[in-house]
Design a protein around this ligand. Structure first.
Ligand SMILES: Cc1ncc(COP(=O)(O)O)c(C=O)c1O
Length: 392
């Protein structure tokens, strides 16, 4: 297969930087090297037993056939409950779309609406797939650059300064992968005020890490804070991160009827329904007990504190305290001359010393790396020891 067979759309995108690093770490491990992988974006907890039980029941009762393309009514009802209970968003089951992971929902929303030359504002550092999805659709990525010293947050005025007549989406992600930044209600209210002046702009709110918020405040999301804007907000959530179900591949989205219909039209021709077994498991995830999340949050908070404390003791490294998700975005600017200013080389150097992390540049950042702290405390302590040694 040679390059000329590739579509224009595909030529505009690259493989995900996080997947590439994880694959590299796996290859080294298979070759016998002792590598701690802090490059992946998934909780290390087991999927809760009641979820596994629901998947078993689905298998044993023959729920192994096609379902409606956009998901079973049962799961849409459970997802509507989740949107109302956990995100404060009122929606009817018909306004819910079930996808194969949150990723597919975001891809579909963008692919269904972005045309050549459309502009999409994406806060950076960003989740690796956002810019690729926008470029695949022919859109132009407009970075909304955020800084570590400002906790990787932005002001509503920064958004307004980037809006043009070609802007059709603003992407929001709180808690954020890769920075852990959490948007306050006040910031969301300010963003809402800006959006009221620009009716052409749609908002994609990626709330996949919503339950993993360590601020002590309830999770806030735009469609709840500004319900008058709900007819142009697509909110994406799921079970991958909150219920340690990354392999099940279930995401959910809610938004205006026309958009949900458009996403469904795409899905009906691209993949069809998400796995029937996984849908049954996701019903149990949304409707079953949620109290284990309190414990997970505590564990993640302790790990975060361990990692942030260790980073701050390594000369040349710094990071703000992440308020959510399970990532630390580490700045290594004072050390970059040792790596020719290339944070890809810094990440490879750390890999040589037995720790896989992802270079900041994979996320539209620079001069640093992202650590996932979804690993147990002993493993994290050893990883931080290796990083300190590697950068001595
Ligand atoms: C910010 C963000 N959004 C969406 C997703 C997609 O999650 P899923 O595994 O449900 O497709 C991820 C996964 O890493 C993520 O980090």
């Amino acid at each position: 297969m040679s390059r000329e067979h590739l579509s224009q759309a595909l030529r505009r995108i690259a493989e995900s930087g996080t997947t590439a690093m994880t694959d590299r770490a796996t290859a080294l491990r298979e070759a016998g090297r002792d590598i701690i992988s802090l490059s992946v974006g998934e909780p290390d907890f087991d999927t809760p037993p009641h979820v596994l039980g629901a998947a078993q029941v689905a298998l044993n009762t023959g729920q192994t056939k096609y379902t409606p393309v956009t998901g079973t009514l049962r799961l849409k009802q459970a997802a509507a409950l989740h949107f109302r209970r956990d995100l404060g968003i009122e929606c009817r089951p018909e306004q819910v779309m079930v996808t194969a992971g949150g990723k597919q929902a975001i891809f579909e929303a963008i692919a269904a609406t972005v045309s050549e030359g459309d502009e999409v504002i994406v806060p950076s550092p960003w989740w690796v797939s956002y810019p690729q999805m926008v470029r695949f659709a022919g859109g132009k990525v407009v970075p909304l650059i955020t800084q570590a010293h400002h906790g990787f947050r932005f002001d509503p005025g920064d958004v307004e300064a980037l809006i043009t007549s070609r802007t059709n989406w603003l992407l929001l992600n709180s808690p954020c992968n890769p920075t852990g930044a959490v948007y306050s209600r006040e910031l969301l209210r300010g963003i809402g005020e800006v959006l009221r002046r620009h009716p052409q702009v749609l908002v994609l709110s990626d709330d996949i890490y919503g339950p993993l918020n360590y601020t002590g405040e309830p999770h806030a999301t735009l469609a709840e804070v500004c319900p008058d804007l709900a007819d142009r907000i697509c909110t994406v959530s799921g079970v991958s991160k909150s219920h340690a179900m990354t392999g099940f591949r279930i995401g959910v989205a809610t938004g205006p009827a026309w958009l949900i219909e458009a996403m469904g039209r795409l899905q009906s021709n691209a993949s069809g329904n998400p796995s029937s077994i996984s849908q049954a498991a996701a019903v149990a995830a949304f409707e079953g007990p949620q109290d284990f999340l309190d414990q997970w949050r505590e564990v993640f908070r302790a790990r975060r504190d361990l990692v942030v404390g260790a980073i701050r003791e390594i000369p040349g490294l710094s990071t703000p305290v992440p308020d959510g998700a399970f990532y630390c975005f580490v700045d290594a600017t004072p050390l970059m001359s040792r790596f020719g200013g290339d944070d890809g080389k810094l990440a490879l150097h750390l890999l040589e010393h037995g720790v896989a992390v992802v270079a900041a540049s994979a996320f539209g950042g620079k001069d640093g790396f992202r650590i996932s702290f979804a690993a147990d405390e002993q493993v994290l302590a050893e990883a931080m020891r290796r990083i300190a040694e590697a950068l001595e």
